[in-house]
Write a protein that binds this ligand. Structure first.
Ligand code: G6P
Length: 608
């Protein structure tokens, strides 16, 4: 995985590189490093274990500057988090490389290089790239030729940047399966894993395509496609703003993002509903034409986005269209039978998740009528690779634990539900009800956010717990899954979600006085059944933490209940997700974990 940045100009580029790395920490943060060409023309490397702030401290202690450099923030795959495994990797002093991706044949390559006399100082797959390049430079190849010929020997995914003291005027980059953008400046140019890293220096970007190789120089960029021909790639102006990545008055990005939800939900609805009607034309002609043909929907996603897909399955099937949902890492490796008229739908915050992208690419030969992505990043690979997209407008999400991206995904999926239901006999009265529910949603979310103090009190009862169970039925089962995921990823409490009716088939054995059980209890047709399931928990001493709306009467001997105001059935899964986000946040706060960057995780998983 990891994030890479590079810069070449006539000024000291170290601040640009370090700032860029910090913006890329969502891709990994277990170690970081930078190599710059200093005044003497040599490559000077700094590496450190831990976050980019540690690297910054190290760099600040030296007086080295450089006008060309490459840098990296790492999420360990091959080799433990350690300084020796941090990038850039070098072969002697001849070449430095930074790499995002995984080289699957690194073992064979390593053996061949060792046989040739190269010695390795790390356990990474990346170090083979540095030595392969040095081997080719040795034979008189240029840095570009060495990069192309090295890439030809690699199996796997990579975005890589290389610099050599023998070539003071260029950084060579190439990509296959991992993203890479070029940022264009005046007399200086940049590269990065994504635009967010470079917004403080440019708004103009070129997105490299699979197999592209680029020479990034001070005075321009030359791009060659996979067959070696020089090509023009379009320059795109980014609409993202640098300020959207500030924490503002909040202690953590996650909290800021939780509180942004009323606003970003409104933005996601803007121009798409009006006067009780879905404005389907806002989806674009190609999307509506695809929806016309869709008889079945296959949703593919990972993590939180997968949970959004699971909620949508309930919605789509109520709208009369069959739907399957699968995690991308499973889907991509199995033989799927695709029913006629199937639409492939991916859901992703980043649009860069490797498994989701691979599943999309693999689906092209499977007979789908087309692909639609529900995504948050307009410039992402998934948007570019899909036939059509429906953008969520959550803005930049920094907290590793996804919050506002999830609820805006659900809003976009609800809009698609209305569109699909229209094709299955939805009356205008029914449509008006569904649209009005969405219209009321930002205000309802605001009201729930006002319960933060009570949720904080509840969180106190979790801080000494090792385990927690989250229960739900119907669309509230995936809501429970998302609540459990939030709690485990940021508080490190083991949390598991179960469909409440399945409890008696195993997990009830775990329930005793030390097991908190969290449950969303909306006023819906399954309420009585869930209450019976909760009786089973109480009878075994389990501690109940319930979230319900006003109309629900609870007949249990002991529980804590947080009452939400009256909520509409169509959007209830969205509203009920908010207190679960806040609960996880406050438990993590009490436990003193790294809320925005929990251990071992990364925001965007760009490797398998
Ligand atoms: C990582 C993140 C999750 C996210 C998942 C899928 O695991 O930590 O928050 O849900 O990737 O990412 P995507 O960008 O495709 O939604």
């Amino acid at each position: 995985m990891c994030g890479i940045v590079g810069a070449i100009g006539d000024r000291n580029v170290l601040p640009v590189l370090l700032d860029g790395l910090q913006k890329l920490e969502y891709r990994g943060y277990d170690s970081a490093g930078v190599a710059v060409r200093d005044g003497s023309g040599e490559l000077k490397r700094f590496r450190s274990l831990g976050k980019v702030a540690a690297l910054k401290g190290l760099v600040e202690q030296s007086d080295i500057t450089g006008d060309l450099g490459i840098a990296h923030t790492r999420w360990a795959t091959h080799g433990v988090p350690a300084e020796r495994n941090a990038h850039p990797h070098m072969s002697g002093v001849r070449v430095a490389v930074v790499h995002n991706g995984i080289i699957e044949n690194h073992k064979e390559l390593r053996d061949q290089l060792i046989a040739k006399g190269y010695s390795f100082t790390s356990e990474t797959d990346t170090e083979v790239i540095a030595h392969l390049m040095a081997d080719k430079l040795e034979t008189g190849q240029s840095l570009r030729e060495a990069t192309i010929n090295t890439a030809a020997e690699l199996d796997g995914a990579y975005a890589l940047a290389a610099s050599s003291p023998e070539d003071a005027d260029r950084i060579i980059v190439t990509r296959e399966g991992s993203p890479l953008v070029i940022g264009l400046g005046e007399g200086e140019n940049f590269i990065a894993s994504d635009v967010a890293a470079l917004l403080s220096v440019t708004r103009n970007f070129i997105f490299l395509e699979e197999g592209d190789v680029a020479e990034v120089r001070r005075d321009g960029v030359i791009i060659y496609d996979a067959s070696g021909d020089e090509v023009d790639r379009p320059v795109k102006e980014s609409v993202l703003s640098n300020s959207s990545i500030d924490k503002g008055p909040y202690e953590h990005y996650m909290l800021k993002e939780i509180y942004e939800q009323p606003g970003v939900i409104s933005e996601t609805l803007e121009g798409r509903i009006h006067n009780g009607r879905l404005l389907e034309a806002s989806f674009g002609h190609e999307t509506t034409a695809l929806l016309d043909k869709a008889k079945h929907v296959q949703i593919i996603a990972c993590g939180t986005s997968y949970h959004a897909g699971l909620v949508a399955k309930y919605w789509f099937e109520e709208a009369g269209i069959s739907c399957n949902v699968e995690v991308a890492s499973e889907y991509r490796y199995r033989k799927a039978v695709v029913p006629q008229g199937s639409l492939l739908m991916t859901i992703s915050q980043s649009g860069e998740t490797a498994d989701t992208l691979a599943a999309l690419k693999g689906s092209r030969s499977q007979g789908y009528i087309g692909s639609l992505t529900v995504c948050n990043v307009p410039e992402s690979s998934l948007v570019r690779e899909s036939d059509v997209s429906l953008m969520t407008r959550a803005g930049t999400e920094i907290g590793v634990a996804s919050t506002k991206a999830f609820t805006t995904q659900l809003v976009a999926l609800r809009l698609l539900t209305i569109a699909l239901a229209r094709r299955n006999g939805l009356t205008s009265e029914q449509e008006e009800v569904m649209v009005n529910e969405l219209d009321a949603l930002p205000r309802q979310v605001e009201v729930v956010l006002q319960l933060a103090d009570e949720i904080q009190m509840m969180a106190g009862d979790f801080s000494d717990k090792q385990n927690a169970l989250f229960l739900g039925r119907g669309p509230f089962y995936p809501v429970a899954m998302e609540g459990a995921l939030k709690l485990k990823e940021i508080s490190y409490i083991h949390a598991e979600a179960y469909p409440a009716g399945e409890l008696k088939h195993g997990p009830l054995a775990l329930v005793d006085e030390s097991m908190p059980v969290v449950c969303a209890l909306p006023d819906d047709p399954l309420l009585e059944k869930v209450l019976s399931n909760l009786q089973e928990v109480r009878a075994r001493g389990g501690e109940l933490f319930l979230f319900s709306d006003h109309k629900v009467e609870i007949d249990l001997d002991r529980y804590q209940n947080l009452m939400l105001s009256d909520i509409y059935p169509g959007t209830a899964p969205i509203v009920y997700s908010i207190p679960l986000q806040l609960l996880a946040y406050h438990v993590a706060l009490i436990k003193g974990t790294d809320v925005d960057q929990p251990r071992n995780l990364a925001k965007s998983v760009t490797v398998e």
